[in-house]
Design a protein. Structure first.
Length: 166
């Protein structure tokens, strides 16, 4: 399959090294708790290399997108279609139709309401990452980047019905 990338294959498949910008320092500790993230408050402590003003202006936004690594999950050895969360009531889907942690590169992304942003500490609500999770990037959510019309299949609504509830 990677042969279809043609002349870009080597550059596209090269390893990429990234350094976390911070780490989740408070919030949930148990990765087995996978529902009801909506009321979880988490604080991300930003690495000192960014200085004490690195979050300046972020608190003026309502939400931030947190890009992180599911650091305790392992990548799957193969990617055949599977049922999300192994639920028999849901259809089989490919890896890129599922947001689970056992995925290529184990990258997670969640848009969270900002509760506080001061110094090198960002506190958000609803971040589905546990204490110790490496954070790769933080981006303010700007309305112009959000699509106006989104839709999803009914199974996704069923799957997520309790994910962010209390």
């Amino acid at each position: 399959m990677s042969e279809s990338l043609g002349p870009l294959r080597e550059a596209a498949l090269a390893a990429i090294t990234v350094m976390p910008v911070g780490v989740v320092s408070s919030g949930r500790r148990d990765p087995a708790e996978t529902d009801h993230w909506g009321e979880v408050s988490s604080t991300i402590v930003i690495d000192g290399r960014f200085g004490d003003d690195c979050l300046l202006g972020l608190g003026e936004f309502s939400h931030a997108e947190i890009i992180f690594v599911f650091h305790l999950a392992s990548e799957r050895p193969a990617y055949p279609p599977r049922r999300p969360r192994s639920r028999p009531d849901l259809p089989e889907v490919g890896v890129f139709a599922d947001r689970g942690p056992r995925r290529p590169n184990r990258i997670g992304a969640t848009i969270c309401p900002i509760l506080a942003a001061a110094g090198r500490q960002l506190t958000v609500k609803g971040l589905d990452a546990i204490v110790g999770t490496p954070v790769l990037d933080i981006k303010p959510v700007m309305a112009e980047f959000l699509p106006g019309n989104t839709w999803q299949p009914p199974w996704a609504t069923i799957l997520m019905s309790e994910y962010f509830t209390q």
